[in-house]
Write a protein that binds this ligand. Structure first.
Ligand code: SF4
Length: 466
């Protein structure tokens, strides 16, 4: 529960309610980013865009949606992993250049964004944002290629790292996925309309049919001539982000061809086998620990109970009382259920421990509610390395598992026992496709080299719930 999400993207081509359906698609993808939201539409001649800070429901009303006319649209929900979180970095970013108007929405992080940006600036480019996505637009605008598609391929070929992109021109919707396939991107249809989006839960909400995933390294274009699929990049080993299954994606989505719910529940089953506990009840840390706790309880033959209740309506800030309230920061979001916890030996299931400070507060709160023992179980291996591919992790020194032993972490969080799922367990939960996954945050082995100056690079990532 400690990591913040990254970004969610959505695009639709050939529907009279393009803006409205994009709004709904973003609604379904809200869990992937809550800081800013935007929709760009095309009426076949011109593009327009509306962006705002905050949640989808607050950023758009009927008037705004109606103003965004046209048969095609792209949208973005943002949690800033690169660049500042202000409105100027909200997406889609819309530009007009020699190749015509184009809007872009990006999920992922480019590991060579700074390098490309420095080069572009030295050659005279002026940037409007601090987002790495704008780099792609500058490369696109400067391309001398004859067509917009060729210019896009030329510019994207220079990017390294993680990118799932949707782009909109006046008469085309384009989807691009990096050759490693770090971030998900999937294709669906609603009648004759094409849809691309981060997760299948966005297709479900608008009653669209899932067709297939956009493949790693694929450029998918749909326009007046129909659809076209290109594979212009050199092939690369696949590196799907396994943390999408552990935490990011919604459990009702299919991601990388697998049901997130099934993978996550299996993580819990394997965790129970690897890390059993003498206990009375399994309690998830909601919402992220629920599927794994279900699997744990099933495999351990223990009841699962909602011993912590999450308040879903907590805003970004709240006014704290002057008089101190114990565990207030955590309690405002999670409240223990004494009738479930009192006198019981509790297995507490979560998806990760980042700095350890939130876990420590929750364990204390559970004990204060009467639990006789607290056994913390984590449905993935210890997080020992930061992510450079679009996920919001702190730098290595701040990751408790990078600098502390298992026993030290247990002591710090105050649990009676602590157990993580093994890397082998994690990989076995995704079945035969296990070699197609990135696990760098658990292994420190990176499939795409990142800049050597980690400190400078990590301006990109660093907000945590903890
Ligand atoms: S480092 Fe971790 S969070 Fe980042 S892409 Fe790889 S598996 Fe996902």
């Amino acid at each position: 529960m400690a990591f913040k999400e990254e970004c969610g993207i959505f695009g639709i081509f050939g529907h009279s309610e393009a803006a409205n359906l994009t709004y709904l698609g973003l609604y379904a993808l809200q869990h992937r980013g809550q800081e800013a939201v935007g929709i760009a539409t095309s009426d076949g001649v011109r593009l327009q865009v509306h962006k705002a800070l905050g949640h989808v429901a607050d950023a758009f009303d009927e008037t705004t949606i109606n103003r965004l006319g046209g048969m095609s649209a792209i949208g973005h929900v943002r949690y800033s992993t690169a660049g500042d979180s202000g409105i100027k970095n909200a997406q889609p970013i819309l530009i007009d250049c020699a190749h015509g108007e184009i809007a872009i929405a990006h999920n992922g992080n480019l590991v060579n964004a700074q390098e490309l940006r420095d080069r572009l600036v030295s050659e005279g480019s002026i940037f409007q944002t601090t987002s790495d996505t704008e780099v792609l637009l500058h490369l696109y605008a400067r391309s001398k290629a004859a067509t917009a598609e060729a210019a896009l391929v030329e510019s994207v070929s220079q990017a390294q790292g993680a990118f799932s992109l949707v782009l909109l021109t006046k008469d085309r919707l384009i989807a691009v996925r990096d050759p490693h396939g770090f971030r998900p991107l999937t294709l669906g249809k609603l009648g004759d309309a094409y849809i691309v989006c981060s997760e299948t839960c966005a297709l479900d909400l608008i009653d669209a049919e899932w067709i297939r995933d956009i493949e790693p390294g694929e450029v998918f274009i749909v326009g007046p001539e129909g659809e076209q699929s290109l594979h212009p990049f050199a092939a690369a080993p696949k590196a799907h982000c396994i943390f999408e299954h552990v935490y990011f994606s919604r459990p009702d989505s299919f991601v990388f061809g697998l049901s997130v719910n099934e993978v996550r529940t299996q993580l819990g089953r394997l965790l129970a086998r690897e890390q059993p506990a003498d206990a009375d009840v399994v309690v998830p840390i909601p919402d992220s620990g629920v599927c794994a706790a279900t699997g744990y309880a099933e495999a351990a033959g223990l009841p699962m109970r909602m011993g912590l209740i999450r308040n879903h309506y907590v805003g970004r800030t709240f006014i704290e009382p002057h008089q101190s309230i114990r565990h207030f920061g955590v309690r405002v979001k999670l409240n223990p259920v004494r009738s479930i916890l009192n006198g019981r030996r509790v297995v507490l299931v979560d998806d990760s421990i980042v700095r350890g400070t939130t876990s420590r507060k929750i364990v204390r709160m559970i004990r204060a509610a009467g639990a006789s023992e607290v056994h913390m179980r984590i449905s993935c291996p210890p997080t020992i390395s930061p992510c450079f591919y679009g996920v919001d992790t702190p730098k290595r020194a701040e990751l408790i598992a990078a600098t502390h032993s298992l026993e030290e972490i247990r002591k710090f969080i105050g649990a009676d026992s602590l157990g993580y799922l093994s890397l082998e367990g994690l990989l076995s939960s995704v079945g035969p496709s296990r070699s197609s996954y990135c696990t760098s945050c658990y292994t420190g082995k990176y499939p795409v080299a990142f800049p050597q100056n980690e400190a400078a690079y990590l301006q990109l990532a660093l907000k945590l719930v903890e």
